[in-house]
Design a protein around this ligand. Structure first.
Ligand SMILES: *Cc1c(COP(=O)(O)O)cnc(C)c1O
Length: 407
């Protein structure tokens, strides 16, 4: 095998298809959010407006969060010192877990180094440890859930996206005695649609299944206290295991699950991705704790966030740009071709100082390539005016379709 030729050949094919990933190198500037300095090879750095960050509420730069992190570093240093089992459990991890359990109205919570690891570890552990377990997975589930489900070796059944009838058909055909887990998300982050959590859980419970809900794109942003869509919909108690991230609306890094004391203790005791990895630095836990508390206590952030998303959708629609139907804070604009999507993103950055990363296969199906725009409470009306006119100009330059995806 000529390894180098294999690797470069594969990369050439990605380039030919227009879906070779190019990272935009940013330097963030505290206090200037959503502005950041863009660095590109051979050119002077320049300020751009970021319109695609998952730092949904700008909390990564919030003075309370930054100060909590700085104070904890000053007091406790940089690293945690070990795995949770061997010298790496810190008072700040315990306080954060208590806060998260309280947020989701569960008995206990468990923090992981990322949301990806939380999903992968929890689903892999449930599927592998419960005899003859069957894992039911929404067809649009995130890669981290798919990885956990595959890794578990359990029987995997995929139901059509948000399709209760299909899920029921699969559950009805199964042996009532086998353990089952139904895994799904609340806000699907590429389309911005939202699952019927209460109905999904009721259905799963009728067939004796556990419910596992990824609220990564909803925690901090939905519900009176920011516990997610389950809180907004009055369905907190129906979700057996909720999973979230500390990296998106909470603006730091890390992931977690919350559930009954026994469930959490089981994953704590048996989940390899939890057990065999150094715990998150105390300062990260301190920042996450400060962020969760702040975001939870400030519902006006969520009101403003929704208002910004609605305003942007309405302004894009009014000029005929093909906003895809989204009922959440995510604003996807359809392009439908990988190369054109990349070109649109390049033009926005090069000519208009606006950064929106192209979203191509395999993140979304081929033919549904898009620009995924994420307005935050910190994007102003002026920012929106500049974005809308830049998009109009790019659509004109590339001869892109209008209203194509608006049904
Ligand atoms: C980002 C994401 C994750 C992973 O969370 P991280 O904390 O970034 O590792 C899990 N699920 C969904 C749906 C996501 O979009």
């Amino acid at each position: 095998m000529n390894y180098e030729a294999f690797f470069t050949g594969h990369l050439d094919r990605l380039r030919d298809e227009g879906r070779y990933r190019v990272f935009a190198e940013l330097e963030r500037i505290v206090g200037a959010f959503p502005r950041a300095r863009y660095h590109s090879a051979g050119a002077a750095p320049r300020d751009v407006t970021v319109w695609c960050s998952n730092d949904y509420l700008g909390m990564s730069q919030h003075p309370t969060v930054v100060k909590a992190m700085q104070d904890a570093i000053g007091a406790q240093g940089s690293g945690a010192g070990g795995t949770r089992n061997i010298a790496g459990t810190n008072t700040l991890h315990v306080a954060l877990e208590d806060e998260l359990a309280h947020l989701h109205e569960k008995e206990a919570a468990l923090v992981f180094t990322s949301g990806y690891v939380a999903n992968e570890t929890t689903l892999a552990t449930l599927g592998a440890m419960m005899p003859n377990c069957e894992l039911y997975s929404d067809s649009f589930n995130h890669a981290s859930m798919i990885a956990g489900i595959r890794h578990s070796g359990a029987v995997r059944k995929i139901f059509r996206h948000n399709d209760l009838a299909h899920l029921e058909q699969l559950l009805a055909a199964a042996d009532p005695a086998t353990p089952k887990v139904v895994a799904f998300e609340s806000v699907y982050s590429m389309d911005g649609d939202i699952s019927p959590i209460g109905e999904m859980c009721d259905l799963a419970h009728r067939y004796g299944a556990l419910t596992y809900l990824d609220e990564v794109h909803a925690v901090g942003m939905y519900g009176e206290r920011g516990a997610g869509v389950a809180e907004r919909d009055g369905a907190l108690a129906k979700v057996d295991i909720v999973q979230g991230t500390l990296a998106k609306a909470f603006g730091v890094v890390g992931g977690y699950i919350a559930s009954t004391a026994a469930t959490v203790d089981f994953i704590r005791s048996c989940g390899n991705g939890f057990i065999f990895s150094t715990s998150m630095p105390p300062a990260i836990a301190a920042a996450a704790l400060a962020s969760v508390r702040h975001v939870s206590a400030h519902p006006e952030l969520r009101v403003r966030h929704q208002e910004r998303a609605a305003a942007l959708k309405s302004r894009l629609t009014s000029v005929g740009l093909p906003v895809m139907p989204s009922v959440s804070h995510i604003v996807p604009v359809s392009v439908g071709d990988a190369a054109l999507c990349k070109q649109a993103s390049d033009l926005l950055l090069d000519r208009h100082d606006i950064y929106v990363q192209p979203i191509n296969y395999p993140t979304v199906p081929r033919g549904t390539e898009r620009l995924r725009i994420t307005p935050t409470p910190l994007h102003s009306d002026d920012d929106m005016t500049r974005l809308v006119s830049a998009l109009q100009s790019v659509w004109q330059d590339l001869g892109l379709g209008k209203q194509a995806a608006a049904e």
